[in-house]
Write a protein that binds this ligand. Structure first.
Ligand code: GUN
Ligand code: ZN
Length: 437
């Protein structure tokens, strides 16, 4: 018989985009989450729910929030070590820090060591699903999938394809890139909670032939995802323009290769032109907005309002190591500031939606993750909104004014929060023990 677990706390999750009607979110101030066999059975008000599970022991998280785990839609696991490196703009940063750091991932042992750090760091930050770049080495992908599997973490990842514009020690060819990607897809895609993402790094490091190969591979394996970078930095966009004469814009380089799909996640998209916005929307493609990275590398300000207006599916992401934190709270906070600087604003609900159900929908995984609807996988976090002195001070103030609302709690997490606010992380209903590092 299934073991049933019941968690008590303040429960919050989305069932639809915020603003789409009164039923878009479910919020139970004194709530219960019922989990059996790693899946959500139901979520509801504590007393009424408890009455139906009277023999089930209660794990009491009263005073804390219980919400679906956070989703990071763009991150480089092999850049965990080079987070926060001083230095100029994207292309300098890649050559100076990134490529040299990725060389070591040809060693399975090394790749496994960093993959373990990476997975544990994500969990410490409340991130329960990520879309990750490995390196050009097949071993790095196997290392990441196998460590994620140990933790039973849902992950999307793939081998970087690069057949030009990178150091010799990091390059593959059309043929080896195809053979290795194919073997990895066969081995890992759909195994446990693993999904393969075909990963041409960006237009500057793949020939048109390699990009076309990546497009064919996706057509052959339509369940795979595609991830790449698009229009991050002005210098990069200019370089793409001169490397690909005869193309309307940056996106068309991917489009002609069959890489513009509703399973493609484009990182950044800061400097898009009119046609690119239009085609991203028409294709149902996904944008991963990486504000901490864009600010750190001086890449520019993503126009989320513009993307929203056109119905483009926007997710949020850290982009570590150019991103400066593993915390999705930090990402939400910086995304808010980027919105402020681009003439709009973003509610706490919109930010959280884009890291939970919105991201799950964008990744076509909302039947499994992103909410507490019955049958969803029980990936959830327990959040302490008052983990630091200033957060407690703010909480006391808001309480005294009768304004300790869910909106103010979430917005406080987004402006002041980090991994200290993640009290506990659960994957498939199992609490992750992460305190030994
Ligand atoms: N564009 C191509 N590769 C990378 C990378 O590793 N990081 C970022 N931020 N942009 C890229
Ligand atoms: Zn990136």
């Amino acid at each position: 018989m299934a073991t049933i677990d019941l968690y008590r706390g303040e429960i919050f999750y989305f069932t639809a985009p915020p603003g789409s009607g009164s039923g878009a979110c479910r919020h139970f101030e004194d709530g219960a989450l019922v989990v059996a066999d790693g899946r959500v059975v139901e979520a509801g008000p504590f007393e009424a729910t408890r009455a139906r599970y009277s023999n089930t022991p209660v794990t009491d998280y009263s005073g804390k929030l219980i919400m679906p785990g956070l989703i990071d839609a763009h991150i480089h696991f092999a850049q965990s070590e080079i987070i926060g490196m001083y230095g100029r703009q994207l292309l300098d940063w890649l050559n100076e820090y990134t490529f040299p750091a990725e060389e070591a991932f040809g060693s399975m042992e090394y790749a496994r060591e960093i993959a373990r750090f990476f997975v544990r760091e994500l969990l410490r930050n409340g991130t329960t699903t990520c879309v990750a770049y490995a390196t050009v080495h097949a071993a790095s992908v196997s290392a990441l999938f196998s460590i994620a599997s140990e933790y039973d973490m849902r992950i999307l990842a793939g081998k970087v394809l690069m057949d030009r514009g990178a150091p010799d020690y990091l390059m593959d060819t059309v043929a080896t890139g195809e053979a290795e990607s194919r073997a990895l897809i066969e081995e890992w895609d759909g195994q446990g909670r693993n999904h393969y993402a075909i990963t041409p790094r960006f237009a500057l490091t793949s020939t048109p032939e390699q990009l076309a190969m990546a497009g064919r591979l996706h057509a052959e394996y339509p369940d795979t995802y595609i991830q790449t970078h698009l229009s991050e930095n002005v210098g990069e966009v200019e370089a793409v323009r001169s490397l690909f004469p005869g193309y309307a814009d940056y996106l068309e380089v991917y489009e002609r290769a069959g890489l513009l799909t509703d399973r493609t996640i484009f990182g950044h998209c800061v400097h898009l032109e009119e046609r690119e916005y239009k085609r991203l929307a028409e294709a149902g493609a996904v944008v991963a907005h990486c504000p901490t990275s864009n600010l750190f590398l001086g890449s520019g300000l993503f126009r989320m309002e513009e993307a929203n207006r056109r119905g483009i599916r926007v997710t949020l992401a850290t982009d570590v190591g150019a991103g400066t934190s593993f915390s999705m709270w930090r990402v939400m906070g910086e995304a808010y500031k980027v919105r402020q600087l681009t003439g709009s604003s973003m509610t706490a609900f919109e930010a959280l939606y884009k890291c939970t159900l919105g991201a799950a929908k964008a990744l076509s995984l909302d039947d499994r993750i992103g909410s507490f609807l019955p049958g969803r996988e029980a990936d959830f976090i327990v959040v302490d909104c008052e983990a630091t002195p200033v957060q407690r001070l703010r909480g006391e103030y808001l309480r005294s004014k009768g304004r300790w609302t869910i909106e103010n709690k979430l917005f406080g997490l987004q402006t002041l929060g980090d991994e200290r606010n993640i009290y506990s992380t659960y994957l498939m209903g199992r609490e992750q023990r992460l305190t030994d590092d």
